[in-house]
Design a protein around this ligand. Structure first.
Ligand code: AMP
Length: 396
């Protein structure tokens, strides 16, 4: 059933609590990349343009000590938001109490307020991350309506998403959440075929759930990155010093049996004597020789992957094809990214920080249909799991 969306609500004169994902990279008070703030703008703008009062809650990093609080205040984020919205934004350095309550009660229609990092509540018994019932109820009492636009935390049941929702008559999705659910949901439940999933990254254990869920749905599952060599080991091939998860070899065998020829493993690799960009390296077919580790997919694999991708109508990509942080092992990841950018008539979806970084590095981000803002959340969605933050959003 379709979810209730912020545009279904009458926000005029209402105090609208909005859970956003402002979990941006930040160092010494300087924001490294404001993509997540920009991604939350449509929902905030909608609420204020329609006469609502926008009260924003977000976490930022993890708070374990008092020193973390100094490094992870949302104040710089509120300042950046004010620049982006081109209007004043009130920042309250508290997560509860009289100062916050007074500031909320003084808000006029169209005003925006950001409260302090919700995880400051974690110092006192993990109240935010542990979804403390009293905290969710308290935050809910500060507003009239609740909108959840934080897809990046939707796989967690925290006080600021599920806790507030369970104390509100209705919870609506923001526009970013709506977009994430639409693109990932269509890919998983109603993909246009051929549907190709490209899965890479270091560990097979992180992607097992996704592979299992996509085997019956996808037409091809292309495997790259370090996890390839657990599959190689499962086939009885030699892997040299490549990454391997020995406790996942049986599972890899099981997946290969279920997937049959849908699962496409690299036929060649770039191998090096050490985990180092300057180490001697070469291209080998199949088995990885002793004394070498595989750090990227090879040119024959790139060609094969491109050939499969050219007819795709839906593509989901998560995880690099090699150690793309080192220039000598980046080609597989960059070529796959280029192939996605070149597709004309397909829905292309990227999830995960590394694949997104590769798309940005290639300058093809604007050619991708949807770049998910939530790494962990998008993986759990692709695994077919119910995300508590999404389950807590009301149906229409
Ligand atoms: P993940 O977080 O699981 O998506 O993994 C991303 C990391 O996997 C990146 O930092 C890559 O450098 C690393 N990676 C990809 N391919 C390999 C490989 N063949 N050997 C070792 N590390 C790899």
């Amino acid at each position: 059933m379709a979810k209730l969306i912020v545009s279904d609500l009458d926000v005029k004169d209402k105090k609208v609590l909005i859970r956003v994902d402002f979990n941006v990279p930040i160092k010494d008070g300087v924001i490294g990349n404001d993509n997540r703030i920009v991604a939350a703008l449509p929902t905030i703008q909608y609420v204020i343009d329609h006469g609502g009062k926008a009260i924003l809650l977000s976490h930022l990093g993890r708070i374990k000590t008092k020193e973390d609080e100094e490094k992870l205040s949302l104040r710089p984020v509120a300042e950046r938001l004010s620049e982006l919205l081109k209007k004043p934004v009130t920042f309250i350095p508290e997560t509860r109490g009289t100062e916050l309550e007074t500031a909320i009660n003084d808000m006029k229609d169209g005003d925006v307020l950001v409260m302090e990092n919700t995880r400051f509540e974690d110092l006192d018994g993990k109240k935010e991350s542990g979804n403390d019932p009293e905290l969710g109820k308290y935050w809910a009492s500060l507003g009239d309506l609740f909108v959840n636009d934080a897809f990046g935390t939707a796989h967690r049941a925290h006080a600021s998403n599920v806790g507030i929702a369970s104390n509100m008559p209705q919870t609506a999705a923001g526009f970013l959440m709506e977009k994430e659910i639409k693109f990932l949901g269509d890919a998983v439940d109603d993909p246009k075929h051929p549907f190709v999933a490209i899965l890479g990254g270091a560990k097979v254990s992180d992607k097992i759930g996704v592979i299992s869920n996509l085997v019956p749905k996808a037409d091809h599952i292309l495997i790259g990155g370090g996890m390839t060599y657990t599959f190689y080991a499962a086939k009885g091939m030699s892997i040299g010093n490549s990454l391997v998860e020995t406790d996942k070899i049986d599972l890899a065998k099981q997946i290969m049996a279920e997937a049959g020829d849908k699962l496409v493993l690299p036929v060649d690799s770039v191998v090096a004597t050490e985990f180092n960009n300057d180490a001697p390296h070469k291209i080998v077919d199949g088995d990885i020789p002793d004394g070498y580790m595989a750090l990227d997919i090879g040119p024959k694999t790139i060609a094969e992957f491109k050939d499969i991708l050219k007819d795709a109508k839906t593509v989901v990509w998560n995880g690099p094809m090699g150690v793309f942080e080192m220039s000598n092992y980046a080609e597989g990841t960059l070529e796959v990214g280029k192939a996605l950018g070149d597709l004309k008539d397909a829905t292309t979806i990227i999830g995960g920080g590394d694949s997104t970084a590769a798309a940005v590095q290639l300058g093809i981000a604007d050619k991708i249909t949807h770049i998910s803002t939530g790494g962990g959340a998008s993986l759990e969605y692709l695994e077919g799991k119910t995300l508590p933050g999404i389950a807590a959003i009301s149906d229409k």
